[in-house]
Design a protein around this ligand. Structure first.
Ligand code: GLU
Length: 302
């Protein structure tokens, strides 16, 4: 649906966890944040399981996520969409980009990339990084058509990368809106030729999340500040694929007592541990708000 087509679309938020571990207080904050916004606007709330990484995602973590979200008192639209079941949808998006001549196969290993970066002589601290690591130095971009075809025919494993220069030329300048930081000029070019289909799975976080947010009618993407840079890429993919553009709200990341971002290893902060310790789920929202206030106070040097 397009805003220009008539009435405003219903506010739709989502919580999109990867089932690679137990949820902790930071996840509870993200889930409750999105849920409460949808509730207060009488809108829709969606849970999506982002399980494209076969090495890290496990069904038992997916079960635990659903159990924890129910414990938190949330309800969401059924059925819950699972990204691992949508590879054909991502393949269509890749085909669309392929037809626009915006993709090229990349046969590099991680060490090929590191070696090339070292060879190019940039001091490590000057090497540009994007949301997926060091910016790709473009090795496979210069392969000829014949070389690409020969290596593909041989079955050499390859990823598909976005030709960023061509993509920038195709979209022209773009902007996006973050609810706390305001209007942003999209700068996906800072991150180079990003991977849209990995060697081991024929999609990537960027492609899957963009396609799915549009497919599910998400109008407000809420997620942690750690994904702020990725939004530049998602905005560009929306433009290339002709998808509706949501708003974004990037939130504070919760930290542990040492000031480090909460991680799966912070066992005491897992929702399961809190449940077992008898925490009242109704207190969770207030707990997250107190935690954020504490963090803000300590970074102010108080
Ligand atoms: N699946 C991602 C994660 O668990 C979040 C994706 C998003 O919110 O865009 O970190």
């Amino acid at each position: 649906m397009n805003a220009s087509a008539g009435s405003e679309p219903e506010l739709t938020t989502r919580f999109a966890p990867s089932p690679s571990g137990l949820m902790h207080l930071g996840h509870a904050y993200s889930a409750l944040f999105a849920y409460r916004l949808a509730q207060s606007a009488g809108g829709r709330f969606i849970v999506r399981i982002e399980d494209i990484d076969p090495g890290r995602c496990k069904p038992e973590f997916e079960d635990a996520i659903i159990e924890d979200l129910a414990w938190l008192g949330l309800d969401w639209e059924e059925p819950v969409l699972r990204q691992s079941e949508r590879l054909d949808i991502y393949a269509e998006a890749l085909e669309q980009l392929e037809e626009m001549n915006l993709l090229y196969p990349c046969f590099c290993t991680r060490s090929d990339i590191t070696a090339e970066i070292n060879r190019s002589g940039a001091a490590p601290h000057l090497t540009r990084h994007g949301p997926d690591g060091p910016v790709y130095p473009g090795i496979c971009k210069s392969l000829s058509k014949a070389e690409r075809a020969a290596r593909r025919a041989k079955g050499d494993p390859h990823a598909l990368r976005l030709d960023m220069d061509a993509a920038m030329a195709a979209t022209g300048p773009l902007t996006w809106h973050d609810r706390t930081r305001g209007e942003q000029v999209a700068r996906p070019d800072l991150f180079g030729d990003i991977v849209l289909a990995r060697k081991d799975v024929a999609t990537s976080y960027h492609l899957a999340v963009t396609v799915d947010d549009a497919a599910q009618g998400v109008t407000l993407v809420t997620r942690g500040n750690d994904l702020f840079a990725a939004t530049h890429i998602h905005r560009q993919l929306q433009a290339l694929l002709g998808l509706d553009v949501p708003e974004w709200h990037h939130t504070v990341l919760l930290t542990n007592n040492k000031g480090a971002r909460l991680a799966k290893r912070d066992k005491a902060f897992t929702l399961r541990a809190m449940r077992e310790a008898g925490t009242d789920p109704e207190d969770l929202w207030a707990m997250t708000i107190r935690q954020i206030a504490r963090q803000a106070a300590s970074t102010d040097g108080i």
